[in-house]
Ligand binder design. Structure first.
Ligand SMILES: Cc1cc2nc3c(=O)[nH]c(=O)nc-3n(C[C@H](O)[C@H](O)[C@H](O)COP(=O)(O)O)c2cc1C
Length: 204
């Protein structure tokens, strides 16, 4: 099968973190399963495939989960999406401790597979690490063998996100920011600063 590089690059550029959604639009359960199915094809340390997913779709569970999540740490004056712009669903990624306490980078690889899949379907979301894991396990009645790694909030996007080329000098600012028009801007470092032995590298 031939996969086009530019299509992949465009997909990756479109796959941005979004934190405001059209809450009127639901996501079908089979779509969520389809997204999880993508994770089967990810590389896995020792090929142990220790990650499991809890799908949170009921109104009651979403209401319970929402206050446990910390949204956009750089936005000091914003506590996350208002009612009406909250996620349609959450995917809680858990490590099955039966396979050990460490999943190496399986968690990130699988989250990327899911968010890329979401992007192809017109969905968007946000990977969230800032939550109290003990509290979350309690409210979702997670069996003790499952340790929550990440929460992925998702839905149909209701905000515009744009990539900005970052000035990667001494005083570079990598904080995302929102302009008065509500657009969320995400600075990304230039290629030459990513390659350590690049001639043009000015990375600090
Ligand atoms: C490991 C990881 C943890 C993150 N945790 C949070 C979080 O707790 N809350 C949040 O609002 N965003 C979180 N994010 C989203 C990042 O803020 C976002 O990826 C970053 O601003 C870059 O934007 P982009 O995803 O559009 O490239 C997390 C992302 C990653 C990869």
């Amino acid at each position: 099968m031939k996969i086009n590089f530019d299509s992949l690059r465009n997909l990756m550029m479109a796959d941005r973190s979004v934190r405001r959604f059209d809450e009127n639009k639901e996501i079908d359960a089979d779509v969520l399963s389809k997204l999880i199915e993508l994770t089967r094809y990810c590389a896995s340390g020792r090929n142990a495939q220790p990650l499991r997913y809890m799908l949170v779709t009921s109104e009651a569970d979403k209401e319970t989960l929402f206050p446990l999540l910390k949204w956009a740490g750089y936005y000091q004056d914003w506590d996350g999406p208002e009612k009406g712009e909250r996620p349609a669903a959450y995917i809680v990624q858990c490590l099955d401790k039966k396979y050990g306490e460490n999943c190496l980078c399986d968690d990130g690889l699988q989250l990327e597979a899911i968010t890329l899949g979401m992007t192809t379907l017109g969905l968007a979301g946000c990977i969230i690490k800032a939550f109290n894991s003990v509290e979350l396990s309690k409210v979702l009645n997670l069996e003790s063998r499952y340790s929550p790694r990440y929460v992925l909030a998702l839905g149909y996007p209701a905000e515009t996100v744009v990539i900005e080329d970052m000035n990667d000098g001494e005083d570079c600012d990598y904080k995302y920011y929102r302009t008065a028009d509500g657009v969320h801007h995400v600075p990304k470092r230039p290629l030459e600063s990513l390659i350590i032995n690049s001639n043009n590298s000015n990375s600090k």
